[in-house]
Design a protein around this ligand. Structure first.
Ligand SMILES: C[C@](O)(CO)[C@H](O)COP(=O)(O)OP(=O)(O)OC[C@H]1O[C@@H](n2ccc(N)nc2=O)[C@H](O)[C@@H]1O
Ligand SMILES: Nc1ncnc2c1ncn2[C@@H]1O[C@H](COP(=O)(O)OP(=O)(O)OP(=O)(O)O)[C@@H](O)[C@H]1O
Length: 321
């Protein structure tokens, strides 16, 4: 009898920006307590998982050359975690993961975490598991602090390591410009730099998350712009002083506010509306302060299987006269 091979599953998954990132003290487990507000943006990676006799990971797109394709890839960690959870041998999983990256690598936008979340969703669909999103979120938290949010998307308040999430209601769209830097930054290094700056002095601390939640619910980008804040910004700028120039250039170009996204070095600029975002992006690209510029909006949903109706339409056959 012929075994039926299920078709590969493709999942689209968003990048995140932290609208508010308050970093507490270093804990015994090496993590810091966080109070953060995530927003998922329309800058997405695509992850395809299919049955294969040649298991492994392949990566193309933005920054692909700096992404590992060995088992240290966060997507492969997700394969192993879900295999173990379902009683399969994690050393013998016959699937291939294809990642198409648009989220900058080591850019503070949780790209690797997004790929891990997408892999959980794709593999659960490929294996026809009836795991709930909450169960997947528990597995996601074992892979990394940013992975659970990529499953849910939208806007959410994160506490503990940033992985205990409560959704924030409100669907007002906000318009962003993202400036990618020439090279990535290591997340643990940025947290260490913040600890060092705090041991030496008193770097600025963000205010309360409640004000940001109110700004979000107003839907007014001008109000929200005044409230954005990131405790890791001082550390990222200390490691990458050129970010100061990038932040200034975005605001000079007409953004309402600019901030370092998460652990950086990507800078995120909040704009009044979509047209302004396009103008700010063009001016920023011409200013020569960063490698690449993108426009995005948020909030968008978390990791989703790309449905047949969303697939690119087949190209009609060419007809020669
Ligand atoms: C900076 C943020 O992107 C904000 O959302 C996240 O806190 C980082 O999340 P992530 O990259 O998924 O982090 P993980 O892969 O879990 O952890 C990488 C390293 O970052 C540091 N880390 C991360 C999260 C956290 N709450 N405290 C930390 O100190 C730790 O040194 C940890 O070993
Ligand atoms: N699928 C993946 N995509 C990108 N990087 C990956 C992946 N798997 C493992 N990595 C490794 O993880 C490191 C961090 O990558 P990632 O793009 O997730 O950083 P980040 O966006 O700064 O993370 P975060 O915002 O969650 O702190 C990279 O330098 C890379 O070596």
């Amino acid at each position: 009898m012929l075994a039926v091979v299920p078709p590969p599953v493709t999942v689209r998954v968003p990048a995140k920006v932290n609208l508010h990132l308050a970093v507490g003290d270093l804990r015994d487990d090496g993590y810091h307590d966080l109070v953060t507000i995530f927003q998922a943006l329309s800058l997405t990676d695509e992850v395809t998982v299919g049955a294969s006799d040649d298991p492994g990971v392949e990566v193309r797109g933005e920054g692909a050359e700096s992404v590992p394709t060995d088992p240290s890839n966060l997507a492969w960690k997700a394969v192993r975690v879900l295999a173990e959870h379902t009683g399969r041998d994690p050393e013998d999983v016959k699937v291939r993961v294809g990642i198409r990256k648009a989220i900058p690598v080591a850019g503070g936008m949780a790209g690797g975490s997004a790929d891990a979340a997408a892999t959980l969703v794709a593999l659960a669909a490929l294996w026809k598991l009836d795991t709930t999103r909450d169960e997947l979120a528990e597995l996601a938290g074992r892979i990394g602090a940013d992975v659970p949010f990529a499953l849910y998307g939208g806007t959410a308040l994160g506490t503990d390591r940033g992985d205990r999430l409560v959704p924030v209601l409100g669907k007002h769209p906000f318009h962003w410009v993202l400036a990618f830097d020439k090279q990535g930054l290591s997340t643990p290094e940025v947290f260490r730099e913040l600890d060092r700056l705090r041991a030496e002095g008193n770097p600025p601390r963000v205010g309360e998350a409640e004000a940001v939640l109110e700004g979000l619910s107003s839907g007014d980008p001008r109000q929200l712009a005044l409230l954005l804040g990131n405790d890791l910004q001082a550390a990222a700028v200390s490691l990458r002083p050129n970010l100061r120039r990038t932040l200034r250039a975005g605001v000079n170009a007409g953004a309402l506010a600019g901030m370092v996204s998460g652990s950086g070095p990507t800078c995120a600029f909040l704009c009044e509306d979509g047209d302004t975002a396009v103008r700010v992006a063009a001016e920023l690209a011409g200013a020569g302060v960063c490698r690449t510029v993108r426009v995005a909006q948020g909030p968008v949903p978390g990791a989703r299987v790309v449905g047949a109706e969303e697939s690119p339409r087949p190209t009609p056959p060419e007809v020669h006269a």
